[in-house]
Design a protein around this ligand. Structure first.
Ligand SMILES: Nc1ncnc2c1ncn2[C@@H]1O[C@H](COP(=O)(O)OP(=O)(O)OP(=O)(O)O)[C@@H](O)[C@H]1O
Ligand SMILES: [Mg+2]
Length: 416
């Protein structure tokens, strides 16, 4: 029997194993050590497929339902919602259990033994400013893990896990801020790192502060979509003579990974049809009808996410919307994206500054700013964080693996 660290992420998940002094990530999909946190339920077979395979099945147009951003439902009212499949309904809780169960099996295959103890990573806040919802989220995740067969379940903050892994690569002492900018949340910890203290049991004295905010890459995808794609589908258009505009909530939900499936109902289609008839320009609403009928919500979100990622490399990019209407496309450039996400990124920066203040230190005392999480690859995010700590050395940790590896080190310490 063995132990593992599990990083169940909003967008990507990993499972870390520790043996001897080294930690490694288990292959979860072919040779890949990351598994996109996605499931696709095929309407014909009613069997779930996972990860890249799930996204591919959906993009190829198979009949069925894609579920992504499952973690965002923890601690929110979404957790009670059901996604309708052919003959039955599936709740987020069940979908999370299937995904984590799949990871456990893959981890056991890699470890060559049963895994019965887990350190599960968690954001500093699943939910902002609501301690009871936050506790509910952790309790539910613990229950799901027990149902998948883990006997011992404990938690560690994701940025602390990343800190423990980063520490294992250091030669000397430093005061670091770990910034984990993921798909759903941005989390920080201010830690005193020293490899010679790594083996010690309780490191509470070295963890000076942790803080986090529920802003991440999936929010950036939504804001990018609202700034570029959704206006082509009627967002912001006038639908009545008195100047009333199309409902913001509809487009907000259609651009949000976790809520897309709930819009595939007859009543939503009817209300879009009403707007089409009332609007001066019916064409955008015709496109919205097409997107709903053909269930293109996740496809649009994937286009938005891909454009965002491209803007890490290039200055502008064309988002092809040809599945909605032949030849349709929109341009998005870095300036537009920057304006759309500016306020959200400021909130992330404010959280970093608050965390440093909570640690009882000053920004100029911080030696290094260690970046992990996929969204820390976005230049605007990096710049915004670096501005808060102008004297710190900028270090890129393993953006997709550091947390799973750190959780595995912690699992060995706790259970080994
Ligand atoms: N090159 C890139 N530029 C910008 N964003 C990127 C890049 N690569 C990945 N991302 C974004 O990073 C996010 C996923 O990061 P990560 O895997 O760290 O999140 P997660 O661990 O699943 O989420 P969380 O920790 O918040 O639960 C996604 O929103 C993805 O679009
Ligand atoms: Mg993460």
């Amino acid at each position: 029997m063995a132990w593992c660290g599990l990083d169940f992420g909003t967008s990507n998940s990993t499972l870390g194993l520790a043996d001897g002094n080294a930690a490694r990530l288990a292959p979860l999909e072919g040779d890949e050590v990351t598994l996109p946190s996605a499931l696709f339920f095929d309407a014909e077979t009613d069997e779930p497929v996972f990860g890249r395979e799930a996204i591919a099945a959906y993009v190829e147009g198979n009949e069925g339902r894609l579920m992504r951003s499952l973690k965002s439902a923890l601690g929110s009212e979404l957790i009670e919602e059901e996604t309708r499949l052919q003959g039955r309904k599936i709740r987020f809780e069940e979908a999370i259990g299937l995904l984590l169960g799949r990871m456990k099996l893959k981890g056991e295959a890699a470890a060559g033994t049963r895994l019965d103890s887990v350190v599960q990573g968690r954001p500093v806040h699943f939910v902002d400013d609501d301690e009871s919802a936050d506790r509910d989220a952790e309790d539910m995740l613990a229950d799901i893990l027990r149902q998948t067969g883990f006997r011992q379940v404990s938690f560690q903050y994701e940025p602390i896990a990343a800190a423990l892994h980063y520490e294992s690569t250091l030669a000397g002492e430093e005061l670091a801020v770990i910034a984990d900018i993921g798909g759903g949340t941005s989390d920080f910890s201010v830690v005193r790192l020293d490899p010679s203290r790594a083996g010690r049991g309780d490191r509470a004295d070295d963890i000076l502060a942790t803080d986090g905010v529920r802003v991440g890459g999936t929010d950036i995808d939504r804001l990018a979509s609202l700034a570029s794609i959704m206006p082509e589908l009627g967002y912001g258009h006038v639908v009545r003579d008195d100047g009333l505009k199309s409902p913001v909530g509809l487009y907000h939900d259609f651009a949000t990974w976790a809520t897309i499936n709930f819009l595939y109902t007859p009543s939503v289609l009817t209300s879009v049809g009403d707007m089409k008839r009332a609007a001066r320009d019916p064409i955008p609403f015709e496109r919205m009808e097409t997107a709903l009928v053909q269930r293109l919500g996740h496809w649009l979100a994937l286009r938005s996410e891909a454009a965002k990622i491209q803007l890490s490399e290039v200055k502008d990019t064309r988002i092809d919307l040809g599945r909605i209407e032949p030849g349709l496309g929109v341009w998005l450039d870095r300036g537009q994206l920057g304006r759309a996400i500016d306020r959200s990124i400021e909130r992330v920066g404010d959280t970093l500054s608050r965390c440093v203040a909570m640690a009882g230190t000053r920004p100029e005392r911080i030696d290094s700013l260690v970046l992990t999480g996929g969204s820390a690859l976005l230049p605007m995010v990096r710049d915004a964080l670096a501005r808060r700590l102008p004297d710190a050395r900028l270090v890129d940790a393993d953006h997709f693996g550091a947390i799973g590896l750190g959780l595995a080190l912690e699992a060995r310490r706790r259970y080994g």
